[in-house]
Design a protein around this ligand. Structure first.
Ligand code: FES
Length: 92
C-alpha cells in the first residue's frame, strides 16, 4: 500500500473514531448477495441501531461505531457478539 493510501485510510479511521471506539458494529448491508437476511431487514436493523446508539449517546467518540459491510453469511442465527476467535469456536 502506498504512503498516500495509508494516510488516506488513517484519516478515514480518524473521522470514524475507530481508534477511540469502545466497540465496532459490523452490519451486513449487502442487498445484492445477502445469504441470510432480506433487504428490508437490513435497513430496519441499520436504522434501529443508529437510533438507539444516538438515544443512548453511544454514537459519540469513544462509543460504538456502526459500519456497513458486505455479506459474510453469518447472521442467520441472529447477531453475533465477540471476537473472531470466539466466533470461530462456536462451530466446534
Ligand atoms: S445476510 Fe449478510 S451476513 Fe447474513
Amino acid at each position: 500500500m502506498k504512503t498516500s493510501e495509508l494516510k488516506s485510510a488513517g484519516r478515514k479511521c480518524d473521522k470514524l473514531g475507530l481508534g477511540q471506539a469502545e466497540r465496532t458494529l459490523l452490519v451486513c448491508m449487502d442487498r445484492k448477495t445477502a445469504k441470510c437476511a432480506g433487504s428490508k431487514q437490513m435497513q430496519q436493523v441499520w436504522k434501529h441501531l443508529k437510533r438507539r446508539l444516538k438515544e443512548l449517546k453511544l454514537d459519540q467518540r469513544g462509543g460504538i461505531v456502526q459500519i456497513k459491510t458486505g455479506c459474510v453469511g453469518i447472521c442467520k442465527g441472529g447477531p453475533i457478539q465477540g471476537d473472531c476467535a470466539t466466533i470461530g469456536n462456536l462451530g466446534d
